[in-house]
Design a protein around this ligand. Sequence first.
Ligand code: ZN
Length: 238
Amino acid sequence: MTRKVKGILLRIGQTVHEERVLTILAEQGCVTVFAKSSRKKNQYDQFYYGEWVLYETGSGNYLLNSFSLEEPFHELKEQMENTFLAGYLAQIVLYFAKFAPQETGVLLSLLLNSLYLLGRGKPPRLVKSVFELKTMQLMGYCPTLASCGHPGSIFSLEDGSILCEECGLSVKGVPVTASVAAALTHILNHPPAKAFGFQIPRPELLRLSRLSEEFLLYHLEIRASALEMWKTVHEDKE
Ligand SMILES: [Zn+2]
């Protein structure tokens, strides 16, 4: 039986039998697909998006039948630092795929938008922050943005509430300003396609980037190796 899925290739692994194992993020969620290693030049590569025709075996495994490329994200790969950042975004998706692969389908359009914007020169920190916060929201870890009733300056990493300095003393938190709070509201209140559409001054973007990253890393047990690599090569010119 064959099945067609539209999706993006996140990871290429290898089995002991020299077969390739592809992890594809599709609308239906993450799918694991086996492909014969071929000496010919690969028809697919990491972050290739398109239509995958899969053959389902009697034991329920998927074998790659054919692939038609629709978007290779070439611009993204022209800069090593963007490739690292894209690798970090893929790591986050793969983290969720480990526990509930079929629930990751909602992340597809967010990831495609993020990679497209990175390739088109959108500030990487902005793309990274929107991806981090929106993914956490879509996967059930939405910051509450609840207030303690006083003017807030601390973002609580536990539940994403915004507390005054006094109430913030008892929680693990990061500083938040009015414009960072406005950016948070924009990101959480818009669908993936519109979540990136806001302007923020550079010092505020640095705060937003720290906040979204710490919130994600506080909740997920993730070894964000690609993020560390990105930080070593990222030129801070945003
Ligand atoms: Zn308070």
